[in-house]
Design a protein around this ligand. Structure first.
Ligand code: F6P
Length: 328
């Protein structure tokens, strides 16, 4: 018989994402609702290793639903990658009496959680929180919607200058291994070209497309580049390459960087975080373990970590075709 769950731990790990606080709030409030003790660990796995935590009740999470960042702080713990680090974490959980964990983060967080849970038989539930949206077991990750809106807002502003000065802007957006942000913000902001890690469209095509733009009478252009794009050139090298080959273009580069991870979460991200985390607590209380929660076709579902972590995270390449048609 599964052990009764009396205390649930929660932590945020990996890159922070808007909506993580709404997620922490939902875990703490769902625990209070079901009369389960809740413990928040600081700096992800590192807090579990060091025994750095606070007991959380329903009031500990007041007024945080609208806040960006994470009140529990976040980290990518190197120590947790070692067996010794994981043992320390397991010892602390035992000492404090934590029966199960809710892990809010991205693929690295889930990989660590899967190993930990197998080694120490501690039930864990993963909640996808990353602006990258690169988790296969869910249509949306917490933070992605807010990040997209931040990016769109920034590109719209840059478009004003591009248009006033007849310039070509290369705009780098986040996504080391995934092009969701680039692809969707590119279509949403009407970019002329979009470069993503999942598809190498080639540099010749980029030059051809920019020549075509000029011929069609466009005076300014926006190229959205995912930081992990496949051309093998970073955004500055791409700008130099175009300047060398198309000297008529007045080229500038903007790297949006970490502003994409901050800010108050959108209503979508707050609601998503709330739904996913209530489900995470309920799954643990039902004796479920070692799965991630996600939203698929607007239904909250539980998927094995193996599925969530598969390489093909289902980016919609159809959007490249749409972008091609609409940038005519
Ligand atoms: O949060 C995910 C992500 O934004 C990636 O797209 C990016 O490569 C990475 O985080 C950078 O994070 P950091 O600067 O915290 O290492």
């Amino acid at each position: 018989m599964a052990k009764e769950i009396r205390t649930i731990g929660v932590m945020t790990s990996g890159g922070d994402a808007p909506g993580m606080n709404a997620a922490i709030r939902a875990v703490a409030r769902a625990c209070a609702y079901y009369n389960v003790k809740c413990i928040g660990f600081y700096r992800g796995y590192q807090g579990m290793i060091e025994g750095d935590y606070s007991v959380m009740n329903a009031r500990s999470v007041r007024n945080i639903i609208s806040m960006g960042g994470t009140i529990l702080k976040s980290a990518r713990s190197k120590d947790f990658m070692t067996p010794e680090g994981r043992k320390k974490a397991a010892d602390h959980l035992k000492e404090i009496g934590v029966d199960a964990m809710v892990l809010i983060g991205g693929d690295g967080t889930f990989r660590g959680g899967q190993i930990f849970s197998e080694e120490y038989n501690i039930p864990v539930i993963g909640v996808p929180g990353t602006i990258d949206n690169d988790i296969a077991g869910t249509n949306y990750t917490i933070g992605y919607d807010t990040a997209l809106n931040t990016v769109i807002d920034a590109i719209d502003k840059i478009r004003d200058t591009a248009s006033s000065h007849d310039r070509l802007f290369f705009i780098e957006v986040m996504g080391r291994d995934a092009g969701f942000i680039a692809l969707n913000s590119g279509v949403g902001a009407g970019a002329e070209e979009i470069l993503i890690p999942e598809e190498d469209l080639g540099l010749d095509r980029l030059l051809e497309s920019l020549k075509r733009s000029k011929r069609s009478g466009k005076a300014s252009s926006i190229v959205v580049v995912s930081e992990g794009d496949k051309t093998g050139k970073n955004v500055f090298e791409l700008a130099d390459y175009v300047t060398e080959n198309l000297p008529d273009y007045d080229v500038r580069v903007t790297v949006l960087g970490h502003m994409q991870r901050g800010g108050s979460p959108s209503c979508f991200d707050r609601t998503l975080a709330s739904r996913l985390c209530v489900k995470a607590v309920e799954l643990l209380l039902d004796g479920k373990k070692n799965v991630m929660v996600g939203i698929i076709d607007n239904k909250i579902s539980a998927t094995s970590f193996d599925v969530g972590l598969q390489e093909d995270h289902g980016i919609n390449k159809e959007l490249l075709r749409i972008s091609d048609i609409l940038s005519t």
